[in-house]
Design a protein around this ligand. Structure first.
Ligand SMILES: [Zn+2]
Length: 438
């Protein structure tokens, strides 16, 4: 019984990583002043909210330790090595040293962006406030981040106390099953933390929750799919249905992505054909998955209720593909929104939203819309965002109810590229059929 790849899935399941948003200035503000006393006070505030969202009470409240990333790395490393020595006691000399070095390196990479971890063995929550980057304008980010991290880790404590973490510990489980187990366990933790942010209801909590939604896109959006899977069950049957879903998880990845059952239209293949059309060198698909109402609603939390209900009508469909490349990032999103006015409002809201996001991050940007000429479309606009370090472009091209968003970050996007992609998608989607359906 050798532990190899699966081990890393289990570790990842217990760690929060936050997407590095390049527009954020890294100032590492007042994290030194975040103490265990403060953490206990935050725990007191967050615990009843976590119990409310999950519908279960903690049988025993875990302790809290504040650590640096290096301290956390050495705790995890020594646990792994201790664990491995029991199964691989024959490893000696340079072979053992090499493995140890590899583990140290991997754990170091893992803890660099880690905000917290639940330690199942010691029944402790580690918080890493020094990994929170704050800006001058946003100095209490550390506190808000700690609250949401606590909410997340308390869910792992609940999962531990109610037996759900056992699945992640099953060494014989096939990779697909353990990937799903990890995604939905993380999904419940993130879903709860983001819902707690809603309940705290401060702009900073919502901003932090939005950062959480940008998590872990490097793993093909699997954790985001886990969050949406949990949200789907929560909306239908509350916390009881969520725990039931954890007890009988989906058995395949497609079932994880589509809890509602097999969907007639899946846009993954269609979008992946455009992988090399954005001028990105060595582009690699990082995410290619449906976008659900829940995520968009939380991502664009500035959307007012009226706009929200128009954008997310019954026939709303969304899909996104995110590309990483050597010379920048790219994305193609597809939305079906059967209301022209809602499409217009959605596009102008994106600009306001980006302005606000940059303002909150204390980053000065030049942000403007202009029309894209020569597109056979009802709407063709591009949004250019420039700061002193970074740039991003999003082209919005709509025909009927189909809205295509083509974006690049730190890489040039030419109008013709965006138009060509959108027109090809329009050709492939039976737009008339969508129109006549409502
Ligand atoms: Zn977690």
């Amino acid at each position: 019984m050798v532990r190899n790849k699966k081990l890393w899935i289990v570790i990842t399941a217990a760690v929060i990583t936050v997407a590095i948003v390049s527009a954020y200035l890294l100032l590492n503000a007042n994290h030194d002043t975040y103490t265990e006393t403060q953490a206990q006070a935050d725990l007191k505030e967050v615990l009843p909210l976590v119990e409310k969202v999950t519908g279960r009470k903690l049988k025993k409240i875990p302790g809290i330790r504040i650590v640096t990333a290096d301290e956390l790395a050495s705790i995890i490393t020594s646990d792994i090595i201790e664990d491995r020595t029991s199964v691989e006691s024959k490893l000696t000399g340079s072979e053992a040293d090499q493995k140890k070095q590899l583990i140290e390196q991997q754990v170091h990479n893992l803890t660099r962006n880690c905000l917290g971890k639940y330690d199942r063995k010691r029944k402790l929550i580690y918080l890493v406030p020094s990994n929170v980057s704050a800006t001058e304008k946003n100095t209490d980010r550390v506190n808000i981040s700690a609250k949401l991290t606590l909410a997340h880790e308390l869910v792992h404590a609940l999962q531990d106390q109610y037996g759900e973490l056992d699945v992640a510990d099953d060494k014989e489980m096939p990779l697909e099953r353990s990937t799903i187990a990890s995604a939905i366990l993380e999904g419940q933790a993130y879903f709860t933390a983001i819902t707690v942010a809603d309940l705290i209801n401060s702009p900073k909590a919502l901003e932090e929750a939005r950062m959480m939604l940008g998590i872990d896109q490097g793993r093909a959006g699997i954790n985001l799919a886990g969050i949406e899977f949990i949200a789907w069950h929560f909306e239908r049957g509350g916390s009881d249905q969520v725990w039931n879903a954890l007890d009988s998880p989906p058995s395949t990845i497609p079932e994880l992505f589509h809890p509602e059952g097999p969907q007639q239209t899946d846009y993954a293949d269609m979008l992946s054909e455009f992988k090399n059309d954005l001028g990105l060198r060595g582009a690699d698909i990082k995410v290619n998955k449906p976008i659900r109402e829940w995520t968009l609603k939380h991502y664009y939390y500035e959307m007012d209720d009226e706009l929200r209900s128009r954008v997310f009508q019954k026939q709303f469909t969304g899909h996104m593909m995110i590309l990483r490349a050597n010379n920048g990032d790219g994305s193609i999103n597809l939305y079906i929104i059967p209301d022209q006015k809602a499409i217009h409002d959605f596009i102008s809201m994106v600009k306001k939203d980006k302005e606000k996001e940059c303002d909150q991050a204390g980053v000065h940007v030049d942000i403007k819309y202009r029309n894209i000429p020569n597109a056979k479309a009802d709407i063709a606009k591009r949004l250019d965002i420039k700061s002193s370090n970074d740039s991003a472009t999003y082209a919005f091209i709509a025909r009927g109810p189909v809205l295509i968003r083509v974006g690049t970050v730190n890489s040039e996007l030419y109008d013709e590229q965006a138009v060509k992609i959108a027109e090809e998608i329009f050709r492939k989607i039976p737009i008339d059929q969508i129109n006549s359906n409502h």
